[in-house]
Write a protein that binds this ligand. Structure first.
Ligand code: TA6
Length: 320
């Protein structure tokens, strides 16, 4: 089993096959002017990416991209100032990976909502400095008896992240077993916006959605999405790009996805955000989740030997 020894307390996080200290991790995968690994609060290990185009931070726990800020831009990804960092705890903000199910587990309410991928260890498999000055990192979910107990399907999950002027995240699922399995997943991305009252989400007009606020209901989106109360919607059968128009920042964030048929739009609004305890006062006003997913009607059957990819490119445009 591999060990990342915390260089101060010499505690070990055990996962596959490589014994590595933080120094060895940097020696093996660090790239000057691109990526280095540091210990952050809660004893978590993070990849700190800083290149000519942008900066980003990714924890090995959950392969969780916490931050992304292109040079000269406001942050694109929102991270709560009250996010908690601890082993086994999900981080409020960034790009949580919901896998291998989205929302509550279909049959066992004791299992974690949105799956376990975002709270278990992932290991660094590859880092690269790309010719255009972007930085690439590939991480793999580390299977353990605890993960196999929740998901008894031989499989692997990897995430490939490219940090440049745009941010590209690709979630790759491989079925290494002999049985087909059904996969639910999402890149549960939190976006930084000037204020929710200054924002409209385009791209989902005409799409059906499951409205999870109050009595669940199926509705059809008429126009752009404007948020003035709690919104929790799963738009189904849509491969469309979404665009977050932010009049306050005079910019638009484009969300261009492949391999995803669902888009989730979520803002907890005041009451839910207060209950969650890690949004802070009015924290919900500076964020919106637009999640590229395969959920509900759109869960994916992955055949034995098959590989399923969900990829999203997040880019910033000037608001016309
Ligand atoms: O994607 C929206 C949602 O399913 C909401 O219903 C809410 O539960 C949100 O995810 C956050 O979930 P979390 O487990 O991260 O607190």
């Amino acid at each position: 089993m591999a060990h990342i020894r915390n260089c101060r307390e010499n505690t070990a996080f055990t996962f596959q096959d490589i014994t590595m200290t933080l120094a060895e991790l940097n020696q093996r995968f660090g790239i000057s002017n691109h990526i280095r690994f540091t210990e952050i609060s809660g004893g978590l290990i993070a990849a700190d990416i800083d290149n000519a185009h942008a900066s980003a931070g990714i924890t090995l726990q959950g392969a969780h991209l916490m931050t992304f800020q292109p040079r000269g831009q406001e942050p694109v990804i929102w991270l709560s100032k009250y996010a908690k960092f601890a082993a086994g705890k999900s981080i409020r903000g960034g790009v949580p990976i919901c896998w291998p199910w989205f929302g509550p587990h279909a049959t066992d309410s004791k299992l974690p909502g949105h799956g376990y991928a975002r709270t278990v260890m992932w290991e660094v498999l590859e880092t690269k400095a790309l010719p255009d000055g972007s930085t690439f990192i590939r991480l793999g979910l580390v299977e353990t008896d605890a993960t196999r107990a929740q998901w008894p399907h031989p499989s692997s999950a990897q995430v490939e992240i490219t940090v440049g002027k745009a941010l590209r995240v690709e979630l790759v699922t491989h079925n290494s077993g002999k049985e087909v399995f059904t996969l639910g997943e999402a890149l549960h991305t939190y976006f930084h916006i000037s204020d929710v009252a200054q924002m409209t989400i385009q791209g989902l007009a005409g799409c059906d959605y499951l409205d999870k606020v109050g009595e669940p209901a199926r509705r059809t989106q008429q126009d752009g999405i404007v948020i003035a109360s709690e919104v929790d919607r799963v738009y189904v059968d849509t491969a469309a790009d979404c665009v977050i128009e932010d009049r306050g920042l005079k910019r638009a964030i484009r969300i261009a996805k492949q391999g995803s048929r669902s888009t989730v739009v979520w803002n907890p609004w005041t009451e839910k955000a207060d209950k969650m305890g890690d949004f802070g006062q009015d924290g919900h006003r500076g964020m919106v989740c637009v999640e590229s997913a395969n959920a509900f009607d759109n869960v994916v059957s992955v055949a034995p030997g098959a590989t399923h990819r969900l990829a999203v490119v997040y880019s910033v445009e000037t608001l016309k």
